[in-house]
Design a protein around this ligand. Structure first.
Ligand code: NOJ
Ligand code: MG
Length: 563
């Protein structure tokens, strides 16, 4: 504890001397809360804002600096909040605006920032704007992207071959308006028309509404899909599938990452900067895709585009591949930008399920100790696993759309099941024994209370690692990496006048003895801060010969230099 407090003082001094106050978000440990599944306060089986408030101590105890709330906007829940009917309203299932303000106040009084989701690409088809657009009521007529389609052999067809990300054409016919409308996601999520200045202004005012309330920034949903090329040309085919309904059917050169999309991000940045005098705000973008196109968002005012590299690693990823993907991000980021690392979210497999329970904490260690922002999806701090749900239990519309045969390959429900607080009914998530998604059957073993009650546990290791983030060397230290053998690599964090930190990772399936002197030949001995996963025979604090370090299979060892 003492070293941590000393660390914070040194950091303050460092920033003073260099005259550059570090903006809070650049070093944050960010916690993604999926409100439906975090904590239910009223027994309806769905998580809510009062629930989050009642568990806020967990956010504090886990040393998070900020929370990002997945969408809590009013919604018919076709895509669980990513189909919005009121950008300024809280859905009653989550509570009221007062509940939101109470949560915001609690967070701020605990020095924790609150980041809202912002869903600009599409609204719900039940949104008043869309309902009026269908009827051509001004000014809403062109709030969405409408097209009469084209006649082929006297039958009407969509204007082009564009597909939506969830399977099927990106165009749906509307009888009432006698036109197709564009939707890059579900038909119930019509795309807003960013070529209409009124839409642009409406959405900027949405940002201002939440900034006026005091939120600390936004996670922006589905950014690449924002604007489409005007000409509505067919997209070229990938040639990898014959299924013209599959998102993999075309190369998305006209429907993603258009120049106008980058320019829109720049305009949002300007809006956010209207508020920066009070406190800097963060703008984080959800971008899956080409590394170069992703990086370009840094240059248009994004604090950062999410770095999803660790979401796509798995049990077979080698040490060399890990090292490469880390170095790739560090080397390609524009100079002076902030890196970030994401290994899980509500749309993807949980870390334990993709990497195994041994290696999952190793992935988390990388996320936490690499430079910049660390993002944790709720439940990852206790090593929750995906819950395998049957077709009958499935709720995710992406999965429901593709049918019983294919649902299991796309369903996002398994990573969204309730947080496992303790061993009571519904894992302490709800008094309701039948929550909206079934609780994982392992909850009696894997839950926060059980992990807090023992000396060594997944959660205790998580907190031990995140504690290091308070040290200046992790906050602002430089970064280097090196292969120590085919299966083992190391990275270091260094800062003048501070003890360097070395993280040695064995991604292989055999124990090895490695030489850390290869990394730094002045290093005779190192001190083990901790090792992950939890090993009975490995003792934190032990001094070791750096030339002969024994590293167990599938593990991470965190060392500090010894004077
Ligand atoms: C990304 C969100 O994370 C996901 O849950 C949602 O379905 C899509 N964007 C569409 O809004
Ligand atoms: Mg509830």
């Amino acid at each position: 504890m003492k070293i941590l407090i000393a660390g914070q003082i040194i950091l303050l001094l460092f920033c003073k001397i260099h005259g550059e106050p570090l903006e809070w978000w650049k070093t944050m440990s960010l916690y993604q809360i999926y409100p439906r599944s975090f904590k239910d306060s009223d027994g309806d089986g769905v998580g809510d804002l009062k629930g989050i408030l009642s568990k806020f101590q967990h956010v504090i105890d886990s040393k998070f600096d900020a929370i990002w709330l997945s969408s809590i906007y009013s919604s018919p829940m076709k895509d669980f909040g990513y189909d919005v009917t009121n950008y300024r309203g809280i859905d009653p299932i989550y509570g009221t605006m007062k509940d939101f303000e109470n949560l915001l106040n609690k967070a701020h009084s605990s020095s924790i920032k609150v980041i809202m989701d912002f869903v600009p690409n599409h609204s719900s088809n039940k949104h008043e704007w869309f309902q009026k657009s269908v009827k051509k009521v001004e000014p809403y007529t062109d709030y969405y992207v409408w097209h009469p389609g084209k006649m082929v052999n006297r039958t009407r067809q969509p204007p082009n071959n564009w597909v939506n990300a969830y399977y099927g054409s990106a165009w749906t016919w509307n009888e009432e308006r006698q036109a197709y409308y564009l939707h890059q996601f579900l038909p119930e999520q019509p795309d807003l028309n960013y070529r209409n200045e009124k839409v642009v202004e409406e959405m900027k005012n949405v940002l201002r509404f939440w900034l006026d309330k005091g939120v600390d920034g936004f996670r922006v949903d589905a950014v690449p899909h924002l604007v489409e090329a005007k000409e509505l040309l067919d997209e070229p085919l990938t040639g990898t599938t014959n299924d013209s309904n599959s998102y993999e059917y075309t190369v998305h050169i006209y429907t993603t990452n258009q120049l106008e999309t980058y320019e829109m991000v720049r305009q949002w940045r300007n809006v956010i900067d209207e508020y920066k005098n009070k406190s800097p705000r963060v703008l984080m973008l959800e971008i899956y895709g080409d590394p170069k196109e992703t990086m370009d968002y840094y240059c248009y005012g994004a604090s950062f585009p999410f770095n999803f590299r660790f979401i796509f690693t798995n049990q077979n990823t080698t040490a060399e591949q890990y090292r490469y993907l880390i170095d790739e991000w560090m080397d390609h980021m524009p100079i002076g930008s902030t890196a970030n690392w994401v290994a899980g979210n509500h749309d993807n497999t949980r870390i334990v399920s993709s990497h195994g329970c041994d290696f999952a904490p190793v992935v988390t260690t990388m996320v936490q100790l690499l430079p910049g922002v660390a993002v944790t999806y709720n439940g990852e701090e206790i090593g929750m696993e995906d819950t395998i749900l049957s077709w009958q239990e499935t709720k995710d519309s992406q999965a429901c759309r593709v049918g019983e045969k294919l649902f299991s390959s796309v369903t996002r429900d398994p990573a969204r099941t309730p947080f496992q607080w303790d061993s009571s009914v519904s894992a302490g998530f709800s008094t309701n024994p039948k929550p909206w998604l079934r609780v994982h059957e392992n909850y009696k073993k894997i839950n926060l209370a059980a992990q807090k009650a023992v000396d060594k546990s997944y959660y205790k290791s998580f907190v031990k690692v995140t504690n290091l983030r308070k040290l200046p060397v992790i906050k602002i230290g430089s970064f280097g990496s090196m292969m120590l053998s085919d299966n083992v690599f190391a990275f270091s964090r260094d800062l003048n006048g501070e003890k360097s930190i070395y993280v040695v990772i064995n991604a292989g399936y055999e124990a090895e003895t490695v030489d850390l002197k290869k990394y730094d030949d002045t290093l005779d001995k190192v001190k083990l801060y901790t090792a992950l996963p939890v090993f009975k025979d490995v003792k934190d604090g032990e001094i070791m010969e750096s030339q002969k370090l024994h590293v167990n299979a599938r593990s991470a060892y965190i060392f500090t230099a010894v004077d």
